[in-house]
Design a protein around this ligand. Sequence first.
Ligand code: ZN
Length: 312
Amino acid sequence: MNFTVALEQGNLEALRECPKADLHNHFVLGGSRKYLKEHTGRDIRPITEQLHSMNDMHAWNGQNIGNYFDTPEGRRLLIKATFTQAKEDGVTILEIGEDVWGLGAFFGGNIEELAEAFESAHKEIAPEIELRLQIGMSRHCDIAYLEDCLSHFWGCKAFYSIDLYGDELAQPIENFIPIYRRAKAEGLRLKAHVGEWGTAEDVRRAVECLELDEVQHGIAAATDPSVVRFLADNKIRLNITPTSNYLLGRVQDLKDHPIAELYRNGVDVTINSDDVLIFDSDVSKEYLRLYQSGCLTAKELDNIRKNGLKKI
Ligand SMILES: [Zn+2]
């Protein structure tokens, strides 16, 4: 069944069979609920009511995940759970990766071992998926600390991209310029979380300062037509996560999600999961919810899906 018909019929199983990209997925919370239950006995429940801050999300994390997986074996289990989830969802391009602090905490400081943990799970569970391995950093971390961690990642050819996440308001984006210049010289695709909690101007500034190729979220851009035009003109991709935006109170109704405005004004947008375990937001469900809310048409959603699969 083709994708638009599957949307019109509300057929989630048929949607799962269509190829999709997931370019905004934090693997720690990206796993298959069923797989984790089978392997740990833990019942990880998604939230269903809107939260009001990242602190609420951290509280959920404390109750449901805690430090249960904070061992080398636990981390590997989460990686496998994420490939399992992506396979079940029909994801064919998956961009995930480890946070820089995880190298020392879970992989003995050995970058080859870290890359191998992802590559071996990839081969074992879903070799048909295109894996784009990412380096992740938290925005609250001290720059000297991040640079020290990153010194082990530079030069490792396994990585595709770099991303910055965590508290968007923790420190000025300009502080990260030296890191992003180096990442660019390393040939990495440059991404950062901006415009989820911040403003349209924050999105423009981050793209300009860090020379970003892609923005995780970026939805605040829709409030300023000049920033929308800037993103469209410069072909900056926004990797958007609708249910996460709704459950974190960034949008009040999926029907009014700014993805429609951004897409219809020529911005390169994709639809992604963010954190499946907390938001119950696998990519197929995200497409269906946007369709059923009336936010985007089946044709528009299919165009966005195909756009995410294009080679860049
Ligand atoms: Zn995110």
